[in-house]
Design a protein around this ligand. Sequence first.
Ligand code: C2E
Ligand code: MG
Ligand code: MG
Ligand code: MG
Length: 282
Amino acid sequence: KAKEDGRKTFSYFTAELGVAAQKRIELETRLRRAVEREEFILHYQPKLAVDGGRIIGCEALLRWLSPDLGLVQPSDFIPVAEETGLIEAIGEWVLRKACRQAVQWSRHGLPELDVAVNLSARQLWQAELPVRIAGILHETGLDPNRLELELTESVIMGQETLAAERFGQLKSLGVKLAIDDFGTGYSSLAYLKRFPIDVLKIDRSFVRDIPDDANDMAIAAAIVAMARALRLTVVAEGVETLAQLAFLAEKACYAYQGYLFSPPVPAEDFERLLAADSARKP
Ligand code: C2E
Ligand code: MG
Ligand code: MG
Ligand code: MG
């Protein structure tokens, strides 16, 4: 009787929890294969000067072109890549690809732009990360100060000492460091002073409801003012309307990204945007 109950319990679990677990294992298997077969592509979103509207840089954003699943967005596979550790291999591919691409655009006679790459927590904690990035910079020939590494506040929280050490190592390579999704991490502002940060990116959630939400406008304006006082470059994310851009201009925010100008696009399309921009009269 006890044996029978045991079996029942077991089959209950395989039936109920089994579906999610099975899906998860399938995704993991596909992702592992994707790394071997390099099924990834980068899209690039232009970053523009608020004042004058020129393209001053870009952010590389990862997509997975799966033969089974089609085009997969980062929110649907990066969490699994982080849990499994696959993000280390994927992240290295992203860095190499983005650096190579930036050098290639320069070779095509286009302006020398900064390229920003997102790093996950797991990558930051890799002891070899600084050496690997140094290797990629050397191999691709990209000027280190054209590479910007984006990290979120949440990465730092609770690990301030180790994070400060790793930021210092990265900074000594000559790269720029950016805090992504700024304002969402509930962290102390004190670390801004302690960390060698170059750029603050105002989270899209504070931009979205401008000019209807007075609180969001106050927060966005405060972040711009603080960034300027600390001599940091400040970039607004997710700018979709002219009213938002006008508000940012009034507050003297330095740069913006968003669908108003362009979503992230394939490299060829970005190259066309860049060519059109550089042909524009100053
Ligand atoms: P993120 O770094 O904050 O990137 C900004 C996200 O906002 C991108 O989503 C971009 O497509 C989207 N976005 C840009 N402008 C607008 C706008 O005007 N309106 C709206 N609604 N959205 C806008 P995406 O490409 O889906 O990336 C999501 C997140 O995935 C990124 O957020 C980043 O955290 C992560 N991610 C992307 N690529 C990589 C990567 O290579 N490595 C790692 N570790 N994470 C990555
Ligand atoms: Mg980012
Ligand atoms: Mg962001
Ligand atoms: Mg984000």
